[in-house]
Design a protein around this ligand. Sequence first.
Ligand code: MN
Length: 237
Amino acid sequence: MWLTRMQFAAGAAAASLLGAFAASSRAAVSSTPQTKENAMPFTLPPLPYPDNALEPYISANTLSFHHGKHHKAYVDNLNKLVDGTPMANASLEEIIQQSAKDPGKSGIFNNAAQVWNHTFYWNSMKKGGGGAPTGDIAKRIDADLGGYDKFKEDFKQAGTTQFGSGWAWLVLDGGKLKILKTGNADLPMVHGQKALLTMDVWEHAYYLDYQNRRPDYEGAFIDHLINWEFAEKNLAA
Ligand code: MN
């Protein structure tokens, strides 16, 4: 479930209450009279861990700016852009799919997709993550991607060769695992692919900790942060 902004502001301890990832959820509808605050349909989900949980690989400073400023700005912009339009009552996924097909709605697409991408990214990492996976996802990596060492090489390559801002992804496409990269806010769902895992390679994801050394951030993400249980859950869903 999403927590409302007021609950979110009440304390980071609430982060531990966040259960399954559910990007399309809306804030709970209140029975109290509508105010400007509770009329806002999308809310910033809390991080699924404390903001220092990924240190030393991603600092609390980076995570708090990335989540509290960047991700929040996408949520706020989306709410402003859809307010009073037919999209105001649509789910996040519906807004992404509809706006992706309409060049006149690129602002809505960019902000909606970035809201979805960031929530997916937080869940793609965990404290003590990374390294070789086990279970179905490991078998699929062996069968479809040439094994874990090749996955490491190709996933890092996807992030490194994304010119400018974007994302590296592990996806399910036509029943097979694939590694791909997307620019800016672009994301697998609008290409008929199912996202399993993502790595943000926008500079704001790593610059405070790694400056221009994107490959060092990518190496830390792969070796120490990947939440393989999340990927496995997405594969099974
Ligand atoms: Mn980002």
